[in-house]
Ligand binder design. Sequence first.
Ligand code: CAO
Length: 421
Amino acid sequence: MSKALEGIKILDFTHVQSGPTCTQLLAWFGADVIKVERPGVGDATRGQLCDIPDVDSLYFTMLNHNKRSIELNTKHETGKEVLVRLIESCDVLVENFAPGALDRMGFSWEKIQEINSQMILASIKGFGPGPYEDCKVYENIAQCAGGAASTTGMLGDIPLVTGAQIGDSGTGLHLAFGIVTALYQRAQTGKGQKVSAAMQDGVLNLCRVKLRDQQRLEAGPLEEYSQFGENIPFGEATPRSGNDSGGGQPGRILKCLGWEKDPDAYTYFITQAAVWKNICDIIGRPEWKDDQNYSTPKSRLPKLNEIFGAIEKWTMSKTKFEVMDICNEYEIPIGPILSFKELAEENSLRATGTIVEVDHPERGKYLSVGNPVKLSDSPVEVIRSPLLGEHTNEILSNVLSYSDEEIKDIRASGAVGEEKK
Ligand code: CAO
């Protein structure tokens, strides 16, 4: 069976997390991703957070599946000649260098267009044009600058960053969408274009509902926030909302059986209006069903602490999985807090390829997250990440059509590093 992006060649200048997330997705959909790495050095993450000495880290392997690696010094004269050939042969150049690095290398957007007018240049930067456009940015900086941190955490406590990598992986996803869209447009116009995704913009996009609340705040207090029911006045900006549900249906994280010893024995519980009567029945408070002090969503808002206290008394008598099973029967929206141990062992995630076991020649078997997006006509096989420069010869010869003699000369120039044994 063919793959959705078969025939598309990606010149992958990405490193760390944001850019590699994007090109890994494109590779899973069938694009040929050629990762360009500095000779002898490679993507810095190969050697970061290592669990096994002198072996590519999980940080690297889990973000660079299904790619080929070429070592190439793009600041070397011969290296630049090879890079020109790569630009001529590829459809998309993806990069997440610090601002201006590609220009400093001598490959401005104008130069790239001169070499290949069909080329799509896709870039991730920390910020878009403006006062911070020259800044280097990492995940947590983007979370802070994009509005996520100021709205995450408990009211009255410090801002918090989240474990979900919304700045890096989130922006990688945005960029992948932009690339596929530009490829579609190129099919009609025959022209390439620049695709830019700023991490601040990506985080802001994912925090869209918080800008909604900022504007609602001007019209009065946000009644679905717990602080409303607790008579705590609102300030000028969207506040941190703890574990409140953002959708207007009150929700909280509640303790389950075993919470004293297990840090993940909790459940998320939503008191959705449509199933209020079911909730009253299962927690043993049937009298709340028709009591006008509890029966409408508005009447419940000032009593959320009392209501969730009663629900928690019930959830604490059951495991989070028992709570899930019982509530599902009554159509009550619920979600156990799953640990990474539980996720890694979950058979259904293995069956769908969302959690995959991959074999690596130097580190052996490890677990990774596979492609979370499934296409019925474009199957995904997760292939281990490349060793540094593993495909240098193959790319010089098969993709760029250099002869054996020419490859010898390129090697001798020092532009592509040492030949691997
Ligand atoms: N051959 C020769 N030189 C190369 C090369 C190659 N194959 N690959 C990279 N280089 C050079 C670059 O040209 C750059 O040189 P200059 O400083 O002379 O321009 C240099 O290596 C360092 O690149 P960099 O500035 O991108 O890397 P850094 O470690 O200094 O910064 C980061 C890392 C992530 C902060 C920065 O790249 C950045 O802000 N990127 C955009 C935002 C982003 O993606 N952040 C998320 C990262 S994941 O948390």
